[in-house]
Design a protein around this ligand. Structure first.
Ligand code: NDP
Length: 296
């Protein structure tokens, strides 16, 4: 029987644990503050940000939301970030990506105070992660590690193939998995659009993580029996329903499930974990700044 890894349930357990940390901070007179900044009118980005705000409310984090006109000059975003950097009530800052074309994304990431960079994308935090002493683990890769742990999948000595080398998923996940750590010690293969014979790389793996943004790219024929499959992908594809679309992952779920020992669904797999790990980083950031042990 293939185990379907329930990301909603694992995320709920993480939020429950976080409530203890939030309470510990409250006992010290600290209210965790997480700022989200949206400079976009893309409906998907708007949805992501409102879900993050709802998550904050649910666990007792003070959500601060700033919206900036997507047509506004880049300075307006930078001024907002500077204000949030200086605001003692704000422990974490998340700028929803992508930003408009006239705004340099790399400059935006560099502008966020690394101590408040709960996404973990500031170059200083990327460097620390690669060097093995991460300040904040980026949310999606961290969520993937938590899902593996919840399914009892040992990473030590495992062959893990990651499909995708983006800065937000593939690369940080590869770094975390190869680290000398209890949830690392894996042998990692990172694939991308120029990889020759992708199926050979996925078939050799004990764990396959698909994060390529190509709907249902990884199917059952590309997996060996007993593989653990983590599907990071979220793709909108046309569908004959009321909305006119449905969400599918980067894995062909039905055929992959035939081969896998454990698999994450889409939705309800990695997505809820990304959101939970953002809250985790916000609580961690507050604990660090206020010098309170939040036991994370
Ligand atoms: P990017 O587009 O930034 O990166 C995609 C990566 O996949 C690239 O490295 C690309 O290679 C590689 N790739 C593309 N096509 C192929 C192919 N045919 N074979 C092998 N590799 C390929 O995507 P993201 O990392 O931002 O996101 C990946 C997926 O995860 C998306 O579906 C996204 O929606 C989803 N996502 C989900 C999250 C969640 O919380 N559930 C969070 C973040 C992302 P190359 O570098 O050569 O271009």
């Amino acid at each position: 029987m293939t185990e379907v890894i329930d990301g909603d349930a694992v995320a709920e357990r993480i939020r429950d644990d976080l409530r203890d940390g939030i309470e510990t901070l409250a006992d010290e007179g600290v209210e965790v503050g997480l700022a989200t900044v949206l400079m976009s009118d893309d409906p998907a980005s708007e949805t992501y940000v409102s879900m993050k705000q709802r998550d904050c409310e649910e666990v007792g984090i003070e959500g601060i939301h700033v919206e900036i006109d997507p047509e506004a000059p880049a300075e307006e975003l930078h001024d907002t970030i500077a204000d949030l950097n200086d605001d003692p009530d704000v422990h974490g800052i998340l700028v929803q990506m992508p930003v408009p074309d006239h705004v340099d994304e790399r400059e935006v990431l560099r502008a966020i105070d690394p101590e408040k960079d709960v996404d973990g994308f500031h170059p200083e935090n990327v460097g620390r992660l690669v060097a093995g002493h991460a300040r904040y683990r980026p949310c999606t890769p961290h969520g993937v590690l938590k899902l593996l742990e919840s399914a009892g999948v040992e990473t030590e000595g495992a062959d893990v193939t990651i499909v995708g080398r983006s800065n937000i998923v593939g690369k940080p996940l590869a770094n975390l998995l190869m680290q000398k750590a209890d949830d690392g010690n894996a042998t990692v293969t990172v694939c991308h659009s120029r990889t020759e014979d992708l199926a050979a790389k996925t078939r050799q793996a004990d764990v396959v993580v698909a994060a390529c943004g190509v709907p249902e790219l990884v199917d059952g024929s590309m997996l060996s029996p007993g593989t653990t499959v983590i599907d990071v992908g979220v793709n909108r594809v046309d569908a004959d329903n009321e909305k006119g679309y449905e969400l599918v992952g980067d894995v062909d779920y039905e055929s992959a499930k035939e081969k896998a020992s454990a698999i994450t669904p889409v939705p309800g797999g990695v997505g809820p974990m990304t959101r939970a790990m953002l809250l985790y980083n916000a609580v961690k950031a507050a604990g660090r700044r206020e010098d309170v042990d939040v036991d994370l």
